[in-house]
Write a protein that binds this ligand. Structure first.
Ligand code: HSE
Length: 439
């Protein structure tokens, strides 16, 4: 008879409680699948007495998760605290040093310390399993690390933040304000403890950094990712995109180029008929291009208790089955440095919205500045009204929005043209620029 696998669970928020419930509900099935039973023996969370709607009385309680991590009565430390330092970091380190396997949903921790923690895990001959850290319930870590082992991956991209996709979808479908959509996402348990991490793109960047490492065999490098969130996206942009045949999505994109790895997170206009444009609400999607398989896309729930718990429990089952895979797929000593490709060299089409004083010469000046940078325009349209009243002291009513779509050009050329337009004095608010990807 094989001894049960004993878990210490730290963090009893939406995901932690769902993990407890799933382990109760599936106790017998998981024991059969794993060849041994899986039991929670001890827990830790911020507040001991809070009613979480689940019976926790049978588990030993630890005030300090680092003490739980070192407990002799656990084999696996399940870290669902979150955050890239503090108790999450110290308890994961303590667990590894004590020879415990780690299962974590903590993308921020891995984005910042993943290389080093992987090295520590190798030295201590334990696993760090982190399927839940990227794209919630989608088994993308396994897909890249194990399923794609015989492919040369050239690109990985996707919708990696459920909160942002939920907000953009509802703004488009229902015309609801950004703030109301965000409040609903928080209420539904999709958003991070600090939702600025969602809407400013940091959460997507953390996940992209992990995916890029798994895809290209490079060290995790999150600090240099080009980052723009969705806070500047207005209903005017969403309506203009719709009229032009596009949807706006927050994408994380990592591409292997001749000059290094291009990693970027930004709102992106994608054709309405594209696969990625169909991904709505809290759903995430990850597309992978590989030399043997061409292109595949996985889609599924990217946030929420049950979906994320599904990935956490599957990681535990792997350990119960005795599967041991290097956290990043390779020994850390074999990972190559992630050399950054410069964003200014990025080329593609661009959507530009400028709010102008509606007077003679404005339209012509804008077209002129684009021509000077050798930017060819696919369309230029004056919208019926401005999206918002500009705050600039230069502004004199009436204001109008002008929306331009460019053919393929470089980021550097677009930035120079926008700067020249601003200097001309026709523009009365900061221009909006959204990259177009014809995926
Ligand atoms: N806040 C994250 C999201 C949760 O909205 O996708 C899952 O990582």
């Amino acid at each position: 008879m094989v001894a049960p696998l004993k878990l210490g669970l730290a963090g009893l928020g939406t995901v932690g409680v769902s993990v407890v419930k799933r382990l109760h509900k599936l106790e017998n099935e998981l024991a059969v699948k794993s060849g041994r039973s899986i039991k929670i023996t001890a827990i830790s969370a911020r507040s001991r007495n809070k009613d979480r709607g689940v019976d926790l009385s049978g588990y030993e309680w630890f005030d300090d998760p680092a003490d739980l991590a070192k407990s002799d009565d656990i084999d696996v430390f399940v870290e669902l605290i979150g955050g890239d330092n503090g108790p999450a970091e110290s308890s994961v380190r303590a667990a590894i040093k004590a020879g415990k396997h780690v299962v974590t949903a903590n993308k921020a921790l891995l984005a910042k310390h993943g290389n080093e923690l992987s090295r520590l895990a190798e030295e201590n001959n334990v696993c760090i399993n982190f399927e839940a850290a990227v794209a919630g319930g989608i088994p993308i870590v396994k897909t890249l690390r194990e399923g794609m082992a015989s492919n040369n991956v050239t690109r990985v991209y996707g919708i990696l933040n459920g909160t942002c996709n939920y907000i953009l979808t509802r703004m488009e479908d229902e015309g609801i304000s950004f703030a109301d959509c965000l409040a609903d996402a928080q209420r539904l348990g999709y958003a991070e403890a600090d939702p600025t991490f969602d809407i400013e793109g940091n959460d997507t960047a953390h996940k992209l950094a992990i995916l890029a490492s798994l895809a290209f065999g490079t060290e995790i490098e999150a600090d240099t990712i080009f980052l723009e969130g969705i806070t500047s996206i207005t209903t005017a942009d969403i309506a203009a995109a719709d009229d032009l045949g596009f949807r706006i999505k927050l994408l994380g994109v990592a591409v292997k180029t001749d000059t290094g790895i291009e990693q970027r997170v930004h709102p992106t206009m994608v054709p309405k008929e594209s696969e990625i444009a169909q991904i709505s609400d809290v759903t995430n999607a990850v597309a992978i291009d590989g030399d043997a398989i061409g292109s595949i896309t996985l889609a599924g729930p990217g946030a929420g208790g049950d979906a994320t718990a599904s990935a956490v429990v599957a990681d535990v089952v792997d350990i119960a089955r005795g599967l041991m895979i290097k956290p990043l797929g390779l020994p850390v000593s074999e990972l190559v440095p992630n050399v950054r490709a410069k964003m200014r060299a990025h080329s593609g089409g661009y959507y530009i919205r400028v709010t102008v004083n509606d007077r003679p010469g404005a339209f012509a000046a804008i077209a002129q500045r684009m021509a000077e940078q050798d930017i060819s325009l696919e369309s230029i349209v004056q919208r019926k009204r401005a999206s918002s009243k500009p705050s600039s002291p230069k502004a004199e009513p009436p204001y109008k929005d002008i929306v331009l779509l460019t053919y393929k050009t470089t980021e550097e050329a677009v930035r120079k043209a926008l700067q020249a337009m601003e200097n001309d004095g026709h523009i009365v608010a900061s221009p909006q620029m959204i990259r177009i990807e014809r995926l």
